[in-house]
Ligand binder design. Structure first.
Ligand SMILES: Nc1nc2c(ncn2[C@@H]2O[C@H](COP(=O)(O)OP(=O)(O)OP(=O)(O)O)[C@@H](O)[C@H]2O)c(=O)[nH]1
Length: 387
């Protein structure tokens, strides 16, 4: 952490160094879609300070994050990808298997100093935290949940709620009562959220409430006064979390393991949320849609592609994430990243599969065919096909 970062003190009691040193600390890295989880994971791996194993979980069948991490840090001590489902749902069994594999490796002498589990942006953490906090589970002999780190895109949090009027204002003035928190449920702007958006909001605020550490990303896009507003709100939802704010563009690594067990059970922290948000919804991804389009052999015009992605994200606050690997005319293979109102393209070395993944509330993306047609209009002619 450099001098430009600052921490907002939490109400946590002093930490006790009460965990046997040989146990492997597990960091649960979470945060809504596009908040900046992978960027911080990569910054941590690039430091190369310790032997870290990574478990990546993605919603779509095509894993981008696993490739992003492996590409950024070829020497990572193993990147295990659990694609096509949230850890809390279909991939829970895979998570146990992945952790058992890492424990075997640790016991055989290839000692690990840290395991980082990056969840999907829509993960409900309850089952994962229950598993990792279960002292009777055989995994507990070798590892322990060190901290839940939630990354929050504060610039999007502020923008999506309106500057002063509206839900965010209501929260900060009357927070703590169920009524004011119910108003939180109407964020972003729409008066009555659809099922997909409600599910996303519930998931977002549960991720915040479960956190031991909250990293406020994209804060450098806001003025100092603007940042204070979301900080106050996040503190009211989770007064125990240590808050880490970065005011510059460089992405800081994750904080090191704390080597302690949390003084307050993660589940007790949900008390600040409306009661209907305190329990997990069995089918919390219902109402959420993930469309993947394969794009091998297609070449895209940069301007048109960026316009398409910005248009999709801005037209409706129910489109949350666009991510892909595509060939761009004159630039080669590029990684497309879209979240909030930020869309970027960056060079990518190589990939066998070219595609775009779009995630949003059901119906917000339109039919897959419509997306295909819209994207086709951004494509240009492959050089080999020119006469
Ligand atoms: N300006 C700015 N951009 C950021 C910051 N953190 C992340 N980004 C950018 O936001 C985009 C999404 O970042 P990721 O790290 O991929 O986000 P993620 O949470 O892993 O996304 P999902 O895995 O899809 O949920 C990328 O283009 C990042 O470069 C930040 O603090 N400031």
């Amino acid at each position: 952490m450099d001098g430009r970062d600052f921490m907002v003190p939490s109400d946590f009691p002093p930490l006790q160094m009460d965990v046997a040193p040989q146990k492997v600390p597990v960091t649960l890295l979470t945060g809504f879609l596009g908040a900046g989880k992978t960027a911080r994971l990569n910054a941590t791996l690039k430091e190369g300070k310790s032997r870290i194993a990574v478990i990546e979980n993605e919603i779509g069948a095509l894993g981008v994050d696993g490739a992003l991490v492996a590409n950024a840090h070829a020497e990572a001590d193993g990147v295990i990808e659990l694609s096509n489902g949230c850890l809390c749902c279909s991939a829970e069994v895979d998570l146990v298997a992945a952790l058992e594999g890492l424990v075997r490796r640790h016991r055989s002498g290839r000692c690990l100093e840290r395991i980082i589990i990056e969840t999907t942006g829509l993960a409900d953490l309850a089952p994962v935290i229950s598993l990792l906090e279960d002292k009777t589970d055989p995994l507990a002999e070798d590892l322990f949940l060190d901290s839940t780190v939630t990354v929050v895109d504060v610039s999007h949090l502020l923008r999506s709620s309106g500057p002063c009027e509206g839900p965010l204002h209501s929260w900060s003035s009357g927070f703590g009562t169920s009524a004011s928190l119910d108003m939180a449920a109407s964020m972003p702007r729409a008066a009555v959220p659809g099922p997909g958006r409600s599910a996303a909001l519930r998931t977002f605020w549960r991720q915040v409430a479960f956190a031991d550490q909250l990293i406020l990303s994209k804060a450098e896009q806001l003025g100092e006064d603007e940042v204070n507003h979301p900080i106050q709100i996040l503190q009211k939802v989770n007064p125990l979390a240590e808050m880490i704010v970065s005011n510059d563009r460089s992405i800081q690594p994750l904080p090191p393991p704390r080597r302690t067990s949390a003084p307050v059970s993660a589940f007790e922290r949900l008390g600040a949320l409306p009661s209907s948000w305190q329990t997990i919804q069995p089918a919390h991804l219902e109402g959420v849609e993930c469309i993947t389009l394969r794009l091998e052999g297609k070449l895209f015009a940069e301007d048109a592609l960026l316009r398409w992605a910005r248009g999709l994200l801005q037209a409706d606050l129910e489109v949350w994430r666009i991510k892909g690997l595509l060939q761009i005319q004159g630039r080669g293979l590029m990684l497309l990243q879209g979240a909030g109102d930020q869309v970027t393209l960056e060079p990518w070395p190589e990939a066998e599969v070219h595609f775009v993944v779009c995630i949003g509330a059901k119906g917000a993306l339109g039919a897959k065919e419509q997306l295909e047609v819209a994207l086709a209009s951004c494509a240009t002619v492959m050089p080999s096909l020119r006469g």
